[in-house]
Structure formats: C-alpha cells, structure tokens
Design a protein around this ligand. Sequence first.
Ligand code: ADP
Length: 450
Amino acid sequence: MFKKILIANRGEIACRVIRAARELGIKTVAIHSEVDRECLHVKMADESICIGPNPAAESYLNIPSIISAAEISGADAIHPGYGFLAENTYFAEVCESCGIKFIGPSKNSIEKMGDKITARQLMIKAGVPVVPGSPGPVTIEDPDLFKLAKKIGYPVIIKATAGGGGKGMRVVVTEEALKNAIQMAQAEARSSFGNEAVYMEKYIEEPHHIEFQVLGDSKGKVVYLPERDCSIQRRHQKLLEESPSPFLDESLRRKMGKAARSAAEAVDYVTVGTVEFLVDKYRHFYFMEMNTRIQVEHPVTEMITGIDLLKEQIKLAAGERLSFDSKDVRILGHAIECRINAEDPSRDFIPSPGKITQFIAPGGPGIRVDSHVYTGYTIPPFYDSLIAKVIALAPTRAETIMRMQRALRELTVEGIKTTAPLHAKIMTNDYFAQGDVCTDFLPKHVFGNE
Ligand code: ADP
C-alpha cells in the first residue's frame, strides 16, 4: 500500500481523498495556489505545498511543479481528483516515468475513452449500443454532409470529440442551420479543448442521463454498481443526481450494467470509472462516454451501497484485487445529491464568488455534506463554483425528498448567491416527485420556458 499520497486538486474532492487516505493509514500532501492557502484541504492534510500563482494553468495544471512537490515530499502516489489533470494522459505518463503511481486507469484507457470518436468505435466493436452518428469527424466541406444528417435524422447534435462539461455542443433542427452550428461548435471546441474536431449524433429527445459506476482490478475483473440518474442538468451540466433511477427497472438495470462492464473491459479498465448512457422514452439505451476518474456525484452510490469508492480506488491503484461481485451489492435505500454552487440561478447561473459570512451545514440522520468551505472563507473567482454537496439517504425516494427538503432548510450560506434555493424548488416540484425527469426538466418544469 502507498505511504503518502499527494492530491493534485483542491476543494471538496481534495478533502474527500484526504479522508479516505487517512482511514487507510496513508499520509497526505495538499498542494495549493497562493489564494487557496485558507482552503480546508490545506488545513486537513498532513503537509501542504504552495505550487504557484492563482490561475489554474500556473498551479493545479502545472505538471512540473506538481511532480516536484511529490518528489520533495516523498509521495509515492498522486490522486488527481476530477477536472484539472484527472484525464490528462501526459500527466499520467509523467507520473509513471517518475516512479510515482497515478491513482487512476492506465494511460491507454484514458486515451481510448478521451476521444469520443475512438470510444464510439470501440463500443460498436464491443457490442455496446451507441447513439447513431457520423463514423468520424464532420466539417462543412464534407460533400456528403447533408446526406449524412438526413440519414441520421433531424434533430442532430454536433459535439466536440474532445468534449467535456457540456461545451462544444450544438443542437440542429433544420438543414439550413447545420453548417453554422458546425462552425460554432468547432470554435467553442478550439477555445475550450485546443482541438476543433466535432462529430454528429442523433439528438435523442427527452432523454434520461443514466450512468454506471464501474470498478476494475489489475487481474481484469470488472464489476458494476447500481446506476445514477443525472438527468437534472443546467446547460448540459449536472445539478442533481440520484440513485437508483426512478426510470429503470431491474431488468434494464442489469442489461445496462452489463453493457457498462463490457465498455470497461474493452479498455482493460483498472480503478474506478463511469460509463454514461442516454436512455430514450422507449427505454432504448445508448453509450455516450466513459469518464476515467472519480466523479462529483460518487457519494450517492456510496450512500446506497455502503461501498467507499475512494478507498476502493486507492486500493485498486495499489494493485489489490476486487473483493466483491456485482451480484453481492445490495441497494440500501434511495439517495439524492444536490450540488450547491456559488452561482446565481436567477441570473443564468453567473458565478457568485466572495466571502461566506455564515456557513451552517445540515446534519442529522441520513445526511452527508462534502465541502471545503466554512464561515469566513472567501471563494476565489478562479476555479469551479461547487462549494458543497448535500447528500440524503432514506429507505424510499419519497422519504429522501422529505429529508433533503429539511436538510436544505438547515443549510445556511450567507454573503453569496447559491443554487440551494433552486434545489429547494425542485424538491417540491410535482414532476420531480413523480420521477418524471428528463434532461429538459429545468427549462420545462422549473423555469417554465417550454
Ligand atoms: P460532456 O462530455 O460535455 O459532459 P456528454 O457527451 O457527457 O458531454 O453529454 C452531456 C449532456 O449533453 C448529456 O447528459 C445530455 O444532456 C446532452 N447530450 C449529449 N449528447 C446528446 C444526444 N445525442 N442527444 C441528446 N442529448 C445529448
């Protein structure tokens, strides 16, 4: 087992890694930018090292500084968290060449799943259904562009092959709008990912975003856990997740879980990852992408299974074998996670950084809060706006909704705007109560601009 883990990240996920490492008897090293000196992960870790100025490019994305910090502190492994360098093959490669274990899958697995076209081709080969789409990248010069779109059938969606975070996507309803949408998606892809390649997919109407957590060990064993439903999104970004999904039954759960396992096996997956699917109203499911890291929403799975995914991830990276099978996993109840972001939902979710004058976390039975903020903490404008995750577990979905309502009433965040009032609204929404939730839930049922 590792002796010391450096966490190449910040905020709540850095705190989460420190907690798991400590329970495994492993020492931790926090890294931070200048402004993050007061962040909770720095206070919680055994050691901390300032690795650079505030912009992420000069600190949390600064590979030479991070590797030096690991070498100076004597860390034998690096946990990348999510975002920043978590899916960067070059970083994984540098770690390995310096004799430091990257806590994640191999460089090859990251590479294959990182490019959406390569991943789609691999999935087709592995027998996993994918959304009908173009076999490769599309450009406005393609002589068969309109023919292809017609064959796929409007509406179509143009997506960045290197995409992430809902960026570089454009829905196209008519032929007239196609070329312009491709150019716009290319421009966004170029500025966000440094790669302008885009491809075309059928736009699935009223889809459910349903994903499966998978775990793989170095002996080739892969297990899947019950699904997470992440259909409540704003601008194609997740806002609330729950498990199990109100839309799945046992037979579809098993079918999709097995497809997720095949997806992971196709890239020899080791450690924890997530296979994302879209499910249409006829309950047909399609592979969308695989995230080769721990995800923000992992706690709902931890709550309903009792499995500590961070500890599993660290143990699997250290070469341990998986100690259970998918069929051993019991669903212990229903869990919901609300992402509390420092954003103003009434002003199109613009970021709301600044000083938190009072922070009171909810507690009591069945409530978990993962956060790095506290009263007096100043949220810097440089990074992700997530400040806390409130997770509720109860025996049934209806009880979990009631529990989340009372937790959100207990939560106090003063001095900044947050998404908490929006979550409170969702918790009392009739469509949500019925489990009638697609990715267009917010505009359709909450903001009312159908
Ligand atoms: P990213 O990598 O940017 O997160 P994803 O491929 O995971 O992109 O898609 C994010 C979200 O975009 C999905 O959850 C869904 O809401 C929407 N989306 C993506 N592809 C499609 C599609 N073919 N049809 C309908 N919605 C889609």
